[in-house]
Design a protein around this ligand. Sequence first.
Ligand SMILES: [Zn+2]
Length: 72
Amino acid sequence: MNTPKFSGPGQLILPCAAVAYQEEFCYRCISCYAVVGSIGQPKECREESEKYKTLESLGGKGWDYHLGEQKK
Ligand SMILES: [Zn+2]
């Protein structure tokens, strides 16, 4: 899959390199078709996001969902 450098409007680039598109009240991952942050999201997908969330809460650098890379 071709990973875009920057996400467009209504898009997020997830830490697992998948793109999520905005739906009415949520974002849906195009690789696993799960709603981002839902329990339907696969373990691998969720763990990547959790990793950056934890990192950020510990004072580290989180994930930039628009640039698709770790925050600088
Ligand atoms: Zn996914």
